[in-house]
Design a protein around this ligand. Structure first.
Ligand SMILES: [Zn+2]
Length: 462
């Protein structure tokens, strides 16, 4: 089989940025080297002037999400198209264990739904019940390649787990090679704050952030770190929104605890003035956007390596869904984000001089691959890895316009923001899935990528 050579680009890893060619064959990378030999049968992709990155891994997405109350407008074809167009070649989404379901049923249902995807996907499992005696059932998830177990400390009655259940799950998860990943907000603080707002008639969208205070997040992060220390279990906190939350995780990690965290672009780029603006409903999500000054604190922790992953928590609700009710308590929470992840982190991180290209590669590709058991195939431009590659042109200056994006939402929270650069080409296992503004892949070509059991990764941090 003939080889393809991506020639003349600037190849980025978490360690270095070098001028090199990337050679792949039969969907796998065979060589990364300066001036690779070219044979007569070889296909050349000219990457002059372009950055050559491993395909981005969005470690936290909610494609085709059905909460039981709301259903996002997208399906897996739509959601995976937004990924391909954004240089994201692997999404890590969720299989939800709805009450009464076995883990096998949860995984089977989600794999069936994900079948139309055009990019590869891995899954976390949302564990919603784990009574005494359920311990043996957890092995199913490890065996089926879902080593990461998502839990919630809030959202009664559907998702909430109490501390005893969390301890039980953490202990068993640690024993068999799982990683517990946590949506951390103190449920009592959220329900009290919400109740107070409702009782005093302050239910408009602009009050959303007040219902979910930063302290609620910080308390839950702190408690989860103690519980995971007690259970001797590795833990990963999703979507940290405040400096204090991330510092708690970093402090635990410095003390030798296997603890990591992620943040998302929306918490780096917006503050709560969005709720006083013209479209507060666009920014209803949990946790909410934080007060002025907080994004700067989160950026500093991204810059110093305390944040392991930047993911999106993408959720493609339409404007119609967002506006159906005027009460923040009824408006579905979530923002579309997969397609803008790479351009935003490049623009406001790398181009703004806050982080290096190596840092971008670390947080958007290598670390999620290592943490979620995908590193043998995904996240690296290395021989033997899948040829998941994105070519990024760092020069063009554009303005985000939802009309250019592939969501069904009808808006982007980033509408009107400047971005530097654009995705030119996305390759998934060596196949072009996006090129110069066009999706070039058919439904169903994406594959489930099982994650290996969790091992404490050797993360690169600055
Ligand atoms: Zn989420």
């Amino acid at each position: 089989m003939s080889r393809t050579i991506i020639r003349g680009g600037t190849v980025v890893s978490a360690k270095e940025v070098i001028a090199a060619d990337v050679v792949f064959k039969a969907g796998q990378i065979v060589e990364v080297a300066p001036a690779a030999d070219v044979g007569p049968q070889d296909t050349i992709i000219d990457a002059t002037g372009l950055l050559v990155l491993p395909g981005i891994i969005d470690a936290h997405t909610h494609i085709q999400l059905d909460t039981g109350i709301y259903k996002t407008a997208d399906d897996w074809l739509v959601g995976s198209r937004t990924a391909a167009a954004g240089g994201v070649t692997t999404v890590i989404d969720f299989a939800t264990q709805f009450p009464g379901q076995t883990f096998d049923e949860a995984v089977d249902n989600r794999l069936a739904e994900a079948q139309p995807s055009i990019v590869d996907y891995a899954l976390h499992c949302m564990v919603t019940e784990f009574p005494i005696g359920a311990e043996p059932s957890l092995q199913t998830l490890i065996d089926r390649g879902l080593p990461s177990l998502k839990i919630y400390t809030t959202y009664r009655p559907n998702y909430y787990l109490d501390d005893a259940t969390i301890l039980r799950l953490m202990a068993e998860s640690a024993r068999i090679g799982g990683l517990v990943i946590v949506h951390a907000e103190n449920d009592a603080m959220v329900s009290e704050a919400t109740g107070h707002l409702v009782q005093t008639g302050r239910t408009g969208w602009q009050f959303h952030a007040q219902a979910r205070p930063a302290l609620a997040e910080q308390e839950a992060v702190n408690r989860i770190l103690f519980l995971s220390e007690a259970a001797n279990a590795p833990v990963y906190i999703v979507h940290c929104t405040t400096g204090r939350s991330i510092e708690l995780v970093a402090e635990a990690a410095r003390n030798g605890q296997p603890a990591w965290c992620e943040t998302c672009p929306q918490y780096l780029l917006f503050d709560e003035r969005v709720y006083a603006g013209g479209h507060p409903e666009h920014y209803i999500l949990q946790p909410p956007i934080r007060p002025e000054g907080e994004p700067e604190k989160v950026w500093k922790l991204v810059e110093n390596g305390a944040v392991s992953v930047i993911s999106t928590d993408s959720c493609d609700y339409t404007l119609q869904q967002k506006r159906e009710f005027t009460e923040f308590t009824k408006t579905p929470g979530g923002l579309p984000g997969i397609e803008t992840l790479l351009p935003l982190v490049y623009t406001y991180g790398v181009d703004a001089g806050r982080i290096e290209l190596t840092d971008l590669c670390r947080m958007l590709a290598e670390n999620p691959a290592r943490l979620f058991g995908l590193a043998s195939r995904k996240g690296f431009l290395a021989p033997g890895s899948d040829a998941d590659i994105v070519l990024y042109d760092p020069e063009p200056e554009k303005v985000v316009d939802h009309a250019d994006l592939h969501y069904l939402s009808g808006y982007s929270p980033y509408d009107g923001m400047k971005v530097k650069g654009e995705v030119k080409l996305t390759l998934s296992r060596g196949e072009v899935v996006y090129k110069d503004g066009q999706i070039t892949a058919d439904a169903g070509r994406g594959r489930f990528v099982p994650g290996s059991p969790f091992e404490v990764p050797d993360l690169i941090s600055e």
